[in-house]
Ligand binder design. Structure first.
Ligand code: GLU
Length: 485
């Protein structure tokens, strides 16, 4: 059984890069008929953000990436966990990590280190000055007999436990995206595994948990690739079979620098608030480093599950192009039914319009907006007639005199139209016939009618607006125009 996991640290909110890691892990598991887990790696207490976990879960839920196991929900202020390999929150597993750290020390594969922060800083400074690679010099391992170290630790002296990394040879692994990757062991630091506060570091916790939770494939960002030799050494010491590893390409700005907030590395919930559709964001994020090898660009989540494979993930960095995201969003807005579009937009209107009203008006602007949050401004005229200059009412080939003549006649004609014919198609037909009968040009009638109804020079057509406003409001607006001219 294939088992993948997304293992975010709640040191902040879920960003696009995290969403991509979660998505690829999810797609890979689902494509293979496997399971996708969510594990919360909250061992970095200094960088812990209180509502980080909640934000991560909400964002994944919104995007439709639902874990089969692990931390599956956030309800009534509580994290909901599911599965028989939990707990799935690392801060609830401290005794497990302690046990495995002790086991490593007993076997001579890890050691207590009592060095002070000052000594470590001095060491780093000297190494930097001498242009040497920085890293721990195994001072405590070399100078302290093992029994003394154990006794001092037992007596409660402040210490950390470090991995004893072999200093010769190399560690090689076959990355599913990059192929064989080799590290010189002498360049790999004796990583701290257990901190003096009793919390494990990421490196110990991730290995123990991936093993105990029977993870078969670790899919994560490229920034973790240099940690992999440490992890593999731990698997070796524990005598465990390591999972397969796949390291995803970096996300880049258009100028190829590492993705920055300014350029679009924005939290997922901010995209959500701006009115990007989950379908668009998922589709866009899927293409950040993967493509199906065909011309097809629009994929639902289910289609992505069918198509996804790690072989088609690129090795080189993926450029984040906001224009492409906007394109996807417009495409998906076009695909929504009027009712769906209204439902997804309603919060942006803050109660100014009902769902029924929205169903009628949002279609008027759906082709013009990029995100749903633009709709209230684009449709403001439907809520209230904006202030406008009387000159707006004059068609480009017309004159104010013409408006003064035609608009009252039009008002009279429209007043006579029955309520039940007050809809786009009937109005279009009746007004069209009236224009012909009077030998007016279309522009000389439809332009002032449209501006009278919308108060804007650019807007949807007069008949659509008239239907949405209803007869009373439409007539009132035309009266306002008459008063102006
Ligand atoms: N907790 C790590 C992170 O925040 C997980 C890295 C991994 O997937 O191994 O990205």
């Amino acid at each position: 059984m294939i088992r993948t996991r997304f293992a975010p640290s709640p040191t902040g909110y879920l960003h696009v890069g995290g969403l991509r890691t979660a998505l690829y892990s999810y797609l890979f598991a689902k494509n293979q008929g496997g399971k996708f887990l969510l594990r919360i790696e909250d061992t970095d207490r200094e960088r812990f953000v209180a509502d980080g976990t909640q934000n991560i879960i909400n964002s994944l839920q919104w995007a439709g990436i639902v874990p089969d196991e692990g931390v599956v929900n956030f309800k009534l202020d509580k994290l909901v966990q599911k599965g028989d390999k939990g707990p799935y929150i690392q801060s609830e597993r401290l005794d497990i990590y302690k046990k495995f750290a002790d086991e490593l020390v007993e076997a001579g594969n890890a050691y207590h280190c009592f060095c002070t922060p000052e000594r470590l800083q001095e060491l780093r400074d000297t190494q930097q000055k001498n242009k040497q690679p920085t890293g721990y010099d195994q001072h405590c391992l070399k100078t302290m007999p093992i029994d003394e170290a154990k006794k001092r630790a037992r007596d409660g002296e402040k210490n950390v436990i470090r991995l004893k990394m072999p200093k010769t040879g190399e560690t090689v692994f076959n990355d599913l995206i990059r192929g064989p990757v080799t590290f010189q062991n002498k360049l790999v630091d004796d990583q701290v595994l257990l901190k003096s506060d009793g919390y494990p570091t990421y490196h110990l916790a991730v290995v123990v948990d991936d093993h105990l939770m029977e993870i078969t494939h670790v899919i994560r960002g490229e920034e973790w690739i240099s940690s992999t030799p440490k992890h593999l050494q731990l698997y070796k010491y524990f005598g465990w079979k390591p999972p397969e590893f796949a390291h995803l390409p970096l996300l880049l700005n258009a100028d190829k620098s590492k993705l920055s907030k300014r350029q679009g590395d924005v939290a997922v919930h901010e995209y959500m608030q701006k009115g990007y559709l989950k379908e668009a964001l998922i589709n866009f994020v899927a293409f950040l480093g993967w493509n199906p090898g065909t011309e097809q660009e629009l994929f639902t989540l289910d289609e992505l599950v069918k198509e996804f494979s790690l072989e088609k993930v690129n090795k080189t960095g993926a450029v984040f192009n906001i224009d492409k995201l906007n394109w996807f969003n417009k495409e998906y807005i076009k695909k929504l039914s009027d009712a769906e579009l209204a439902g997804r937009s309603i919060n942006y209107f803050r109660g100014a319009l009902s769902l029924e009203q929205l169903k009628k008006i949002v279609p008027l602007e759906r082709e013009r907006v990029t995100t749903l949050s633009e709709l209230p401004a684009a449709l403001a005229f439907a809520v209230r007639l904006p202030e406008y200059e009387k000159e707006f009412l004059i068609w480009k080939k017309g004159s104010i005199e013409e408006v003064r003549k035609i608009l009252p006649e039009l008002h009279k004609f429209l007043s006579g139209i029955a309520e039940k014919k007050w809809n786009k198609s009937d109005l279009e037909k009746l007004v069209g016939e009236w224009v012909i009968k009077n030998s007016y040009s279309n522009g000389s009638v439809l332009w002032p009618m449209r501006v009278a109804l919308s108060g804007q020079q650019n807007s949807p057509g007069p008949f659509e607006i008239a239907e949405v406003l209803g007869k009373d409001e439409s007539m009132a607006r035309i009266t306002t125009a008459l008063q102006k001219v």
